[in-house]
Write a new protein. Structure first.
Length: 156
């Protein structure tokens, strides 16, 4: 199967995959992320498909595993009470506090783990049960949003 064929077939079933993820996770944003991750994992492992006719079943299985991982990650998600006291004290004194609190939850968690608890990218990914690339992307997104928000505050 070529990448083009895979892309066309995966695109054709994305709506069904999305509905499945939405029912499983209960959040539109998480469902979209889960579908994207499942399609990406499928692309990376498409050589494992022995018969192309099973692509839909195979992608659905990948999606369900991604959803289960997300639900497990949610249970392990760090909240404010579990941060070390020093990180919370440092956080309270930073002018960034308001901007960080306004970040979406998944971005905020990455920023806190990386910059206030001192975890490496690999340790953060492991603690959130996410791929390293996902954590790296969320970190970049969070820093970009913080940079935009803080630069707007300076201009105002």
């Amino acid at each position: 199967m070529t990448q083009e064929t895979y892309a066309l077939r995966a695109d054709a079933i994305k709506e069904r995959l999305y509905r499945t993820a939405l029912l499983y996770l209960g959040s539109e944003a998480m469902a979209l992320d889960a579908v994207d991750e499942a399609v990406y994992k499928g692309l990376r492992g498409m050589k494992a498909i022995r018969e192309e006719r099973y692509l839909e079943t195979w992608l659905t299985r990948i999606l369900l595993n991604v959803c289960k991982d997300e639900l497990r990650r949610r249970k392990k998600q760090v909240d404010w009470e579990t941060l070390p006291e020093t990180a919370v004290e440092e956080f309270d004194t930073l002018p960034l506090k308001e901007a960080i609190l306004r970040l979406p939850e998944e971005l905020k968690t990455v920023v806190i783990l990386r910059y206030f608890t001192g975890l490496t990218l690999e340790e953060t990914a492991e603690s959130l049960n996410l791929p390293r690339g996902t954590v790296s992307t969320r970190q970049r997104r969070a820093l970009e949003l913080l940079r935009i928000e803080l630069s707007e505050g300076v201009e105002a």
